[in-house]
Design a protein around this ligand. Sequence first.
Ligand SMILES: Nc1ncnc2c1ncn2[C@@H]1O[C@H](COP(=O)(O)OP(=O)(O)OP(=O)(O)O)[C@@H](O)[C@H]1O
Ligand SMILES: [Mg+2]
Length: 225
Amino acid sequence: MIRINNIHLYYRQHGIALHALRGVSLDINPGDYIALVGPSGSGKSSLIAAVTGLIFPSEGDIFIDRFRINRISRNARAKIRAKYCGIIFQFSEMPGRFTIRENLYLSWLSAHRGKDLSEFEERLELVCAKLDIHPLLEIRPGNLSGGQLQKTAIARAIIKDAPIILADEPSGDLDPDNVKRVRNVLQEEIENGKSILMVTHDAKLASDAHTIYELRDGQIHNVLK
Ligand SMILES: Nc1ncnc2c1ncn2[C@@H]1O[C@H](COP(=O)(O)OP(=O)(O)OP(=O)(O)O)[C@@H](O)[C@H]1O
Ligand SMILES: [Mg+2]
């Protein structure tokens, strides 16, 4: 479903090229639950951003399904991202002018154009119950706590029912009860045939994954599980 083939990624910092990903290869197949761990600055978020076509590798290729996302137009990339990927960003990217309900609707709509609103309402019910976020629906993202925002970011990613979930530290701001909730939600997604690529510093969350890769200095340094 996703093939990452020997990618290299550079950033420019103060005029100097920073080699953030150094030849990363990884396959993610349907039903795979993969955790990515590693120290701060090792390239985890960069890898997630590259996989979703938000930044570009200077070498190597990334396929989502049969689409080589680093070689297609911006428009085509956005369509593929909308259809295939539910993304939980490390720092919430929810537009602040919309309520949580509206944000969830926009996310759902990006993958379900032309479908009936009642289908959204049904899915919304389910996702809200799983994550216990009913009371947050009419609030704007700027007025939520860090943990509340994180739960709504997870809701926004899974409400689309997309085949691939990319999660960048989905539990960083959560209390133990909510971490448990998120672990259950992700497990259910896997049981429903989705695949997950997740960055985490949480050992328990990582232990749920089928495979754990350790990233160091932009390379897969170790397979921990
Ligand atoms: N937009 C950017 N511009 C320049 N350099 C960047 C940019 N984003 C990341 N970097 C650099 O790339 C390297 C990898 O960063 P990345 O955010 O991928 O790390 P990470 O493993 O996700 O770290 P953390 O665990 O702290 O989130 C770091 O050295 C960082 O300084
Ligand atoms: Mg990061």
